[in-house]
Ligand binder design. Structure first.
Ligand SMILES: [Zn+2]
Length: 251
């Protein structure tokens, strides 16, 4: 096992921050299922309402939200997700960066995860603004959440003040072209595929099949230099690397 994956294996609680309902599952579903199997408590925080991704243009928003959440719970049950949380920001729409970042800080303070997952916002050609904003805001939240003078929410902060700050030991980025670790998903990749199939409101059966073939090919490619057949590529960063690059020995 790669040393970089050690914080992931040690973590008893993991927070996975995603722009849309299915990103965590597509990018790291096999890894998260394996961590859940090993006893970690997996929490998902979905930043946007995901309504732009809904296939049916005539489906009312409240019914679309009901279906999206039901499908997310179905997928989460397959993978072993402990609890779903939402910020409800408008998908691909205008929202304030600091509202997003502070919502993530509040989740970190409330849930006290040892490891945080999110999309890689530095993916070279990533053009979806939700992915760019959520990845960056999550990285910044991992760096800032311990600062006591950053007050977020009276209720969350009051509870947090009792126990004080805790350490996030690693930020794991998925959808990355610069991985430094590969997680063996040979035992869980089939569950990931089934979980993706639950998102019927936003993926056609043809798209699910296409994604299945594409993900399988990528998992094989990522694991080419590993002693296992299928892996998920991750960029695992120590929080000390997330500001001004003064700790390059952590890379
Ligand atoms: Zn997305």
């Amino acid at each position: 096992m790669s040393d970089r994956l050690e914080p992931l294996h040690r973590a008893r609680r993991v927070l996975c921050v995603q722009p849309h309902y299915d990103d965590n599952d597509l990018g790291a579903g096999g890894t998260l299922a394996a961590l859940a199997d090993a006893g970690a408590e997996i929490h998902y925080l979905t930043a946007t309402d995901d309504l732009v991704g809904v296939l049916d243009p005539d489906l009312p928003d409240d019914e679309a939200t009901r279906r999206l959440r039901a499908e997310q719970h179905e997928a989460g049950a397959i993978l072993g997700v402990h609890e779903q949380h939402w910020l409800g920001l408008p998908d691909a729409g205008p929202y304030d960066y600091y509202t997003l970042r502070n919502g993530i800080v509040a989740a970190i303070r409330r849930l006290r995860p040892a490891v945080v997952f999110t999309v890689d916002p530095w993916l070279p050609f990533e053009s979806h603004s939700d992915h760019l904003r959520v990845g960056r805001a999550t990285a910044e939240a991992c760096m800032l959440h311990k600062h006591r003078r950053l007050r977020i929410d009276p209720e969350v902060d009051a509870a947090w003040d009792v126990d004080g700050p805790h350490d996030v030991t690693a930020l794991a980025l998925y959808f990355t072209t610069a991985p430094n670790a590969c997680f063996d998903v040979g035992a869980t990749r089939e569950r990931k595929q089934r979980a993706i199939g639950a998102y019927r409101t936003q993926l056609t059966p043809e798209e699910v099949a296409f994604l299945g073939r594409g993900l399988e090919a990528m998992e094989r490619r990522w694991a080419a230099a590993e002693p296992f057949s299928h892996g998920e590529a991750l960029k695992v960063l120590a929080p000390g690397l997330l500001h001004v690059n003064l700790l390059p020995e952590l890379l």
